[in-house]
Design a protein around this ligand. Structure first.
Ligand code: ATP
Ligand code: MG
Length: 424
C-alpha cells in the first residue's frame, strides 16, 4: 500500500478473525455490570481541553505529552479523551445528576493517548470504565474490587493480582508531599531529568518512575501510609478488612500513587505477570475532590478503568476459545427459480429460529463454487435448494462437518429438523 493511505501508528483495526475474544469479553462485562446494578452512560469522545487539564492535572504524563489536542473550525481547543472519568464527571455536572443523588455508572469505548506504540500500548485503545458517584465508601471501594475479582474468575484469568494503597486526604497528602520534596531535594543528584522536573509540580509521581536507576532512591523515600490522617487510615483498614472477609488477596504497595492528580484515599491496580512490561490491566481510585474542583457540588466518588486490549491478550494467552461466529446453516440455491425462492426461505428460517445464524449464499455461481463458500463460512449444515427440490417443496440438509447422512425434509419442517440436528 505504498501509495495508499496508511493506518495511523498505534491505532489498530480489529478484524473479524480477532473479534471473537472482544465480544466474549464485552458480553462478560455487560453481564457483570448488570449483576451489580451499574448503569451504562455514553459520553462524547471529544471534550474541551481544559476539562482534562483541570481534572487529570498539568504535571501528569497524559496532559504533558500524551493528549491529542486540536483547534476546531470555531477556534476552540478540543481534545480526544485520554480517559473516561473526566467526561463522566463533567456529564454528571452538566446534566444536574448530582444534588445528593448517587449513581453507579459504566461505559466502554476508545481512548486516545500519544504514547510510544508497543505491544499492549497503543494510541487508540479501549477501556471499560466504572464510576460510582456520591458514595464515600469504603463499602463501594470493596464492591468495585470484588466485582473485578469476579470478572477474572468468570474469564478464567488467574495471573492477575491486586495492589492497594491509600493517598489520604488532600491535606494529609500535602504534608506528605513536603516530606517527600525534602527527601528528594536531599538526593537531587540521584534524580533523572523527569523526576527533577516533577519535584516542583508533582513529586508523588516520582514514586511511579519506571526508570531502573531511580529505584534505589525511591526505595528510601518516606511512605505515604505512614502519613495518613486518622479518617483515611480507618477507611483504608475497613476496606482491607472487607476484602479479607470475602477472601480477596491483595498487597499493599506504598509506592502505588497512580498517574492522575485527582485521586484521594483508596487507589488500586490489578497487574499481571503475563504481559511483560505493560503489566497494568485495571486501575483506579477514589476522587472525592474532583467534582467540586470541576465546579459541581462536592461529591465523593470512586472509579476504575480496565484496558480491553490487555485483557483480550490475556484471554488469547489463556487460550480461551470464544463462541464462533460461523453460521449454523448456509443456504445453497441452484437454479433460477430456486435462487429466486431462497431469500424468502432464508427469511422464514430466521423468523422461526431467531437465535440461529442462517447465511444465504449470495453472489450465485455453480453448485461447486457455492459449496466451497459454504464450507469456508464454517457453517455446520448446508441447506440445498435446487429447482427439483423446490418443485417438490423440500430441502436437503447436508452435514458439512460430521458424518451424518444427508436428509431431505419438507421446507415447512426445515427449521425444526435443523434444530434437532444442531442439538445432536
Ligand atoms: P500504564 O502504567 O500502563 O501507562 P496507566 O496508569 O497510564 O497505565 P490508566 O490511565 O490507569 O493507565 O488506564 C487504565 C488502564 O488502561 C490501564 O491499566 C491499562 O490496562 C489501559 N491502558 C492505559 N494506557 C494504555 C495504552 N496506551 N494502550 C493500551 N492500554 C492502555
Ligand atoms: Mg500511562
Amino acid at each position: 500500500m505504498s501509495n495508499g493511505i496508511q493506518p495511523i501508528r498505534g491505532m489498530n483495526d480489529v478484524l473479524p478473525a480477532e473479534i471473537g475474544l472482544w465480544q466474549h469479553l464485552e458480553a462478560a462485562l455487560r453481564e457483570l455490570v448488570a449483576m451489580y446494578g451499574y448503569e451504562e452512560i455514553r459520553v462524547p469522545v471529544v471534550e474541551h481541553t481544559d476539562l482534562f487539564k483541570r481534572s487529570i492535572g498539568e504535571f501528569t504524563d497524559i496532559v504533558e505529552k500524551e493528549m491529542y489536542t486540536f483547534r476546531d473550525q470555531g477556534g476552540d481547543s478540543l481534545t480526544l479523551r485520554p480517559e473516561a472519568t473526566a467526561g463522566i464527571a463533567r456529564a454528571a455536572i452538566s446534566n444536574g445528576m448530582l444534588r445528593g443523588q448517587k449513581h453507579k455508572l459504566w461505559c466502554i469505548g476508545p481512548m486516545f493517548r500519544h504514547e510510544r506504540p508497543q505491544k499492549g500500548r497503543y494510541r487508540q485503545f479501549h477501556q471499560f470504565d466504572v464510576e460510582a458517584l456520591g458514595f464515600d465508601g469504603p463499602d463501594v471501594d470493596a464492591e468495585l474490587i470484588v466485582m473485578m475479582a469476579r470478572l477474572w474468575r468468570r474469564l478464567g484469568l488467574t495471573r492477575v493480582s491486586l495492589q492497594l494503597n491509600s493517598l489520604g486526604t488532600p491535606e494529609s497528602r500535602a504534608q506528605y508531599r513536603e516530606k517527600l520534596v525534602d527527601y528528594f531535594r536531599g538526593h537531587e543528584a540521584a534524580l533523572d531529568a523527569d523526576s527533577r522536573r516533577r519535584l516542583g509540580g508533582n513529586p508523588l509521581r516520582i514514586l511511579d518512575s519506571k526508570n531502573p536507576e531511580m529505584q534505589a532512591v525511591i526505595a528510601g523515600a518516606p511512605l505515604i501510609v505512614d502519613h495518613l490522617d486518622a479518617v483515611s487510615r480507618a477507611h483504608f483498614e475497613a476496606l482491607q478488612a472487607s476484602l479479607r472477609a470475602v477472601g480477596i488477596a491483595y498487597t499493599v504497595n506504598p509506592r502505588l500513587v497512580r498517574g492522575l492528580d485527582y485521586y484521594s484515599r483508596t487507589v488500586f491496580e490489578w497487574t499481571t505477570d503475563a504481559l511483560g512490561s505493560q503489566d497494568a490491566v485495571c486501575s483506579g481510585g477514589r476522587y472525592d475532590g474532583l467534582i467540586a474542583q470541576l465546579g459541581g457540588e462536592a461529591t465523593a466518588a470512586i472509579g476504575f478503568a480496565m484496558g480491553i486490549e490487555r485483557v483480550v491478550e490475556l484471554l488469547r494467552q489463556a487460550q480461551v476459545v470464544p463462541e464462533g461466529q460461523a453460521p449454523d446453516a448456509y443456504i445453497v440455491a441452484q437454479g433460477e427459480r430456486a435462487a429466486a425462492a431462497a431469500l424468502a426461505f432464508a427469511e422464514r428460517l430466521r423468523d422461526e429460529m431467531p437465535r440461529r445464524r442462517v447465511a444465504l449464499g449470495l453472489g450465485g455461481g455453480n453448485f461447486k463454487a457455492q459449496f466451497r463458500r459454504a464450507d469456508r463460512s464454517g457453517a455446520r449444515f448446508a441447506l440445498v435448494l435446487g429447482d427439483s427440490e423446490l418443485d417438490r417443496g423440500v430441502v436437503a440438509i447436508k452435514d458439512l462437518r460430521g458424518e451424518a447422512n444427508q436428509i431431505e425434509c419438507p421446507m415447512a419442517e426445515a427449521s425444526a429438523r435443523l434444530e434437532a440436528v444442531l442439538k445432536e
